[in-house]
Design a protein around this ligand. Structure first.
Ligand code: APR
Ligand code: ZN
Length: 229
């Protein structure tokens, strides 16, 4: 069981050029979150939702991991199983930096979920043109992302890790969306030391033993260097 659990959010990918959700105008690439990140939004206008995630998936080609992702990959090379990264992000920047122990609790852009057979499969193309499910052949694939009102992935594994870890670190997340926003309190209740690394104080900043504010690309490498130093 991992000694260190790091929760990451949109802020860790911001310096790579992936937009965050809650910083600017309250819109996500020009869309209201309710329209593109809820089952109701998908039912109302599937083409808009499929096109939206197709664009996000295509945009991954233009971004690269930044020093914060690389520092966590470096930490995993040293700690192995003693580090678990739990990310709310649907991009693949942790993996591209070299991290292998990553839980995508809100799903992944590079995966598709079949609404007929409920199978999940790696996916790199466009969903808008209704490709066939590799498992059952039906043309009923949706983005494999967890929308508001849906249950995040691998919660049991995450809660076990929070209960056992010695250190919990939250990087680049606003603390506005549960259940991730409650992880700090769960880890702390089980005795973990808790640290926030974020551009500004998050909504839950007072739940942490310590908070450092600045850019993830500076704060995460500095924290890792301190641990490994
Ligand atoms: N370095 C560190 N933190 C940053 C940086 C940066 N360079 N840039 C922005 N931040 C911080 C912001 O100040 C903010 O507190 O990252 C946080 C990003 O918050 P959100 O945009 O709310 O993203 P996140 O917390 O990941 O959102 C959670 O909400 O819409 C849903 O499912 C979606 O996973 C997402 C979830
Ligand atoms: Zn299927």
């Amino acid at each position: 069981m991992a000694r260190i659990v790091v929760l990451t959010g949109a802020g860790i990918s911001a310096e790579s050029g992936v937009p965050t959700f809650r910083d600017a105008d309250g819109l996500w690439e020009g869309h209201r979150v309710e329209d593109v990140a809820t089952p109701e939004g998908f039912a109302a206008d599937p083409d808009t939702v499929l096109r939206f995630y197709d664009e996000r998936r295509a945009a991954l080609a233009a971004v690269e991991p930044n020093p914060a992702h690389h520092a966590l990959a470096e930490l995993e090379r040293v700690l192995g199983d003693d580090l678990l990264v739990v990310t709310q992000n649907i991009d693949d920047l942790h993996e591209r930096a070299g991290s292998t122990r990553v839980v995508h609790m809100h799903g992944e852009l590079l995966s598709a979920l079949c609404r007929s057979c409920e199978g999940r499969a790696p996916f790199r193309g466009a969903l808008l043109n209704r490709p066939a499910c590799p498992g059952c052949g039906s043309r009923d694939l949706r983005p494999d992302v967890v929308w508001f009102g849906e249950i995040p992935y691998r919660m049991e594994e995450i809660l076990d890790a929070l209960a056992c870890c010695e250190t919990f670190v939250s990087v680049g997340t606003s603390g506005a969306v549960y259940p991730a926003a409650g992880f700090v309190q769960q880890a702390r209740a089980h005795g973990a030391r808790t640290l926030e690394l974020n551009l500004v104080p998050s909504e839950g900043t007072h739940f942490f033993h310590e908070a450092r504010h600045g850019r993830a690309g500076d704060l995460v490498p500095a924290w890792v260097a301190g641990l490994l130093g």
